[in-house]
Design a protein around this ligand. Sequence first.
Ligand code: AMP
Length: 223
Amino acid sequence: MRVLVLLGAPGAGKGTQAHILARHLGLPRVATGDLFRAAVREGTPLGTAAQAYMERGELVPDEITVGMLLERLAADDAARGAILDGFPRTRSQAAALDRALAERGAAVEAALYVDVPADELLARLSGRWLCEAAGHTYHETAYPPRVPGICDVDGSRLVQRDDDRPEVVRARLEKQLGALAEVVEHYRAAGILQAVDGRRPIAAVTNDLLDSIEPVPYWRTHP
Ligand code: AMP
C-alpha cells in the first residue's frame, strides 16, 4: 500500500499537485475537505456535525475526521494506496494515521511538503476558485481557466468557497500554520519529509515532488 501525504498551507497549491500526482501515479486522491463538503451537501449526520466548524474556518474535531478518513482508505479503490490531501492537519491526526497503517503492516511512504511563505499565501488565496464537480482549483491571475467561470477539466461551474473570504482566510491561516508546523515536524522526525519550494511554477513543483519519490523524472514520461 502506497500512502503519500501532501502537506501545505491553504493556497500553497497542494490540491493542484494532489490532482496531478494522483493521475500520474494512478492512485486515488483522498481529500478530507472534499469528503466533508460532500457530506454537508448530502445532509448526512457527519456533514451536520462538521458544518459549523467549517463555516468558522476551524478544524473539525479528530473524533469525526480520523474515522471518516480511515473509512475512506478502507474502500476498494484505495487498496493500492492513496494521495492524502488535507490530512493529517494536526500532530494527533498524524499519529492516528501511523497507528492505523501499522495495523495493516503499512506506513506513510513520504510526506511531500509544498512550502510557501505566509505573506504569499494571503495574496494567492484572495483569487482562488474551485469547480463544483471535483474541486479542481484555479486562480484569477496565476492559473485562470481557459473559459472564465468554467472548469477546464470537467466543464462544471467555478465557485468561490465561503471560507475563502479574506477575513476567514486570515483566521484560518493563523490557526492552521501552527498545526501545519507540528505535522511537518512529525514527518521530519520520522525521516520521510520531502520539502519543495512552492513558489515555483506548477510543473516545476510537480517535477520536484516526483523526483523526491521516484527515480524516473516527470519530463521523461511527459515530454
Ligand atoms: P479544505 O478543503 O482542506 O480546506 O477543508 C475545508 C474544511 O474542512 C476545513 O477548513 C476544516 O473545517 C475541514 N477539514 C478538512 N480536512 C480536515 C482535517 N484533516 N482535520 C480537521 N478538519 C478538516
